[in-house]
Ligand binder design. Structure first.
Ligand code: ATP
Length: 374
């Protein structure tokens, strides 16, 4: 296996009018699984295709195992790619499909190739499908064959391009677990592209979140969820999405006072050493996750009324009149009536604050005291 390094990797289309991948730098460790996630059109597939050698970068470098492969032909890179549409040869049997890549990429004899295919097919639970053609298989079985075909070659790097999108929800969940198990068992270095943040959160050792061709943030799912570096990342990761409200920011003797129109004020005491970065912040966007909004009896809670109660099994989603789609995710035992006036609150540690213009995160941990403006 090997590390993969992207060094200011760039891809322009239409003579530079469209920047699909904007100077992305990323290091994927040996045996690591990194999920590249972002909305449609953000440049995920183009990035993956440049790693595979299927797309020539405009500038920047791709290194695999430390070796610069930017100008190396796809066939000469030790990389296997698994696609959403399986890309199996329709008139070859499963065995022939799996053996084909081996024939292309190794000097193994026919018996050795068959032995390897048998071993991998057994590991993937598709041993009894070896004589079938793809047309006779279900979607899940086809994807298993596509995975098996990649694994049997024992490449340095695996690239997955939305491999589970064509499967139903249940199968997708079980295949996710299976890919993770194989990836860990075989110590595979893997890059997994998906537009589904939930898939990315459950699968990757680390996430690389892209938007508009730009790599926004990398980190473990826990880190990215807890400390998004921008409003985009905060809103993209987590479901339902983070609630966002416009606030004005004012430093007072008690801390940082956030005011949302005439609806509420909330003071960040700053006792954890959190401080607002940027001396001239007067307005910002407050982010609070639905699961961090609590219904409270406390008199200083924020007054609001319940617009809709949506039961989702163990929880209820309360749509509150604090914003266009402001949701509190509460225990299913909490069932206010539609139109009922309630109070809600949230912990200061759960508050996110973003720059109203750039979207950058404004709350930092540290020793610095809150900035006091005159
Ligand atoms: P999706 O999830 O929809 O596949 P993505 O994040 O993988 O999206 P890309 O397929 O990498 O996005 O596309 C990034 C941008 O580059 C898009 O605006 C797309 O239209 C553009 N693009 C991709 N390939 C080409 C091409 N061959 N010629 C021109 N533009 C392209």
């Amino acid at each position: 296996m090997a590390t993969v390094t992207l060094d200011t990797l760039r891809k322009e289309f239409d003579s530079g009018r469209l920047v699909a991948v904007d100077d992305v730098s990323l290091e994927v460790g040996d045996g690591e699984l990194v999920t590249v996630v972002g909305p449609s059109g953000c440049g995920k597939s183009t990035t993956l295709r440049m790693i595979a050698g299927l797309e020539q970068p405009t500038s920047g470098q791709v290194r695999i195992g430390g070796e610069d492969v930017t100008d190396v032909h796809a066939r000469r890179r030790d990389v296997a790619m698994v696609f959403q549409n399986y890309a199996l040869y329709p008139h070859k049997t499963v065995r022939q499909n799996m053996a084909f890549g081996l024939r292309m990429s190794t000097n193994l004899g026919k018996d050795e190739r068959n032995e390897k295919v048998d071993e991998t097919a057994a590991m993937m639970g598709i041993g009894d499908l070896l004589d079938d053609e793809p047309g006779e298989l279900s979607g899940g079985q086809k994807q298993r064959v596509a995975l098996g075909r990649a694994i049997v070659r024992e490449p340095d790097v695996f690239l997955f391009d939305e491999p589970l999108s064509n499967l139903d929800a249940k199968l997708r969940t079980s295949m996710r677990t299976e890919i993770q198990r194989l990836q860990e068992q075989l110590g595979i270095t893997a890059i997994y592209v998906t537009h589904d943040q939930e898939e990315a959160m459950t699968m990757g050792d680390r996430l690389a979140i892209m938007n508009d061709g730009v790599l926004q943030q990398t980190g473990t799912p826990t880190d990215v969820y807890a400390a998004p570096n921008s409003e985009f990342v905060g809103g993209f990761v987590g479901s339902p999405s983070m609630n966002i409200l416009d606030v004005t920011v004012e430093e007072t003797g008690d801390g940082t006072m956030l005011t949302n129109g005439d609806r509420f004020t909330y003071t960040l005491g700053g006792d954890r050493g959190r401080h607002v970065t940027g001396a001239d912040v007067t307005s910002a966007r407050l982010g609070i996750r639905p699961e961090n909004v609590r219904v409270t009896d406390e008199r200083d809670g924020i007054e609001t009324s319940v617009e809709v109660v949506e039961p989702v099994g163990s929880d209820n989603y309360l749509y509150l009149d604090l914003g266009p789609e402001f949701i509190a995710r509460v225990d299913s035992g909490i069932e206010p009536a539609t139109g009922e006036e309630i109070r809600v609150t949230f912990d200061e540690n759960d508050v996110h604050l973003f720059d109203a213009g750039t979207g950058d995160a404004l709350l930092a941990e540290g020793e610095e005291p809150p900035i006091v403006t005159a």
